[in-house]
Design a protein around this ligand. Structure first.
Ligand code: GTP
Ligand code: MG
Length: 326
């Protein structure tokens, strides 16, 4: 039985409504990948994290794990317990040019000393792909290399980029998209002397990408460098992030915060007495100095001093706090 070159699922011609369907068993890609690649049409799939866990448990303990994380929604608290993790932070191109890459890496290395290395990349801008390729050759020692991480973090885009840059024979045929769960099963690629395995991503259960229709998702996905919006605040107030989130803050001292979201997302200040979006679900946080609130899939807000915030989001969105990334 052959596998779809786009998403890894087993190809079948029997059931039109099941995954892997194609009209002709000779086809290299399934109908879903064909429609996604050619028309940008997205069919929701019902993968759950059990599929992901099954794949993770099948990874040999000595494999090299390339943990691919979207730099905008970086949450390392759900990392796996593998000895050989090379952390790759993707989509570096969307962070402001003023970002100090080395500072981010140093901070993460201090927090996670067991990672064998940490590299910031951009597959779209071909940034540090050479460094990564060298690292893969250095650390894999002939062992399999698994690309794992949350859905949409850019694993398949990265593998296609490695194929484009370093293979004369292979074509970058893996399907990529801004929608969750594009890759459905393992996709193995023998690239020169490296064996790379792309995997379906872990569904980040609190992420906006899971609840928004494709049109809105397109709007909120940053396509180019983010221009951070900063403001000084004191006392009480509220901010609306489009119609997607409301932030009520209360601070005793003067505080500053910076909003990092796609330029297509508006943010506006309102009085805390205005009740817009207050019917959404509230999440309360007490932040210490230099912490971020991450709105997964949307971006993050950096706070300088301690502050109490209540974030209102749609149901099933799980914001979280972390130390400042930037
Ligand atoms: N700006 C930017 N976008 C990227 C980059 N890499 C990937 N993307 C975008 O991120 C989205 C997800 O990419 P995929 O490669 O499909 O992500 P994935 O991790 O394979 O996702 P699953 O297969 O669902 O697990 C797509 O819209 C890509 O265009 C990058 O370096 N920069
Ligand atoms: Mg993928």
């Amino acid at each position: 039985m052959s596998k779809c070159q786009g998403c890894g699922i087993t190809i079948q011609t029997e059931n039109k409504n099941a995954l892997g369907y194609t009209t002709n068993i000779e086809n290299q890609i399934c109908e879903r990948c064909f429609r996604l690649k050619n028309y940008g049409e997205y069919n929701t799939v019902s993968l759950d994290n059990k599929d992901y866990e099954q794949i993770i448990t099948s990874i040999p303990k000595n494999a090299l794990i390339v943990y691919v994380a979207d730099i905008l929604s970086l949450n390392l608290s759900n990392l796996l317990n593998f000895p050989n993790i090379l952390l790759v932070l993707t989509k570096y191109d969307i962070l402001p040019k003023s970002t100090k890459e080395q500072k981010i890496i140093t901070k993460l290395k201090e927090t996670y000393p067991s990672f064998i290395d940490i590299i910031c990349i951009s597959s779209l801008k071909n940034y540090h792909i050479d460094n990564l390729y060298q690292a893969l050759n250095k650390y894999s020692n002939g062992k399999d290399i698994y690309l794992i991480g949350n859905t949409n973090s850019g694993k398949s885009t990265l593998l296609n980029k490695l194929i484009t840059n370093y293979s004369n024979e292979l074509k970058p045929t893996i399907t990529v998209s801004m929608y969750p769960s594009t890759t459905l099963d393992k996709v193995e690629v023998n690239l020169n002397n490296l064996k790379l395995i792309d995997t379906p991503g872990l569904i980040d259960e609190g992420n906006y990408a899971n609840i928004l229709p494709p049109k809105v998702l397109k709007k909120i996905t940053p396509k180019k460098e983010i221009k951070p919006r900063s403001c000084q605040v004191s006392g009480k107030g509220s901010i609306l992030i489009d119609t997607l989130a409301r932030i009520d803050y209360e601070t005793t001292t003067q505080n500053s915060f910076v909003i990092y979201t796609a330029p297509t997302i508006t943010s506006s200040f309102i009085s805390e007495k205005n009740n817009t979006l207050k019917d959404l679900i509230p999440h309360k946080y007490s932040l210490t100095n230099n912490q971020d609130i991450v709105l997964p899939g949307l971006g993050f807000i950096k706070f300088t001093k301690e502050i109490t915030v209540t974030i209102y989001t749609p149901k099933n969105i799980k914001p979280y706090q972390r130390t400042n990334l930037i």
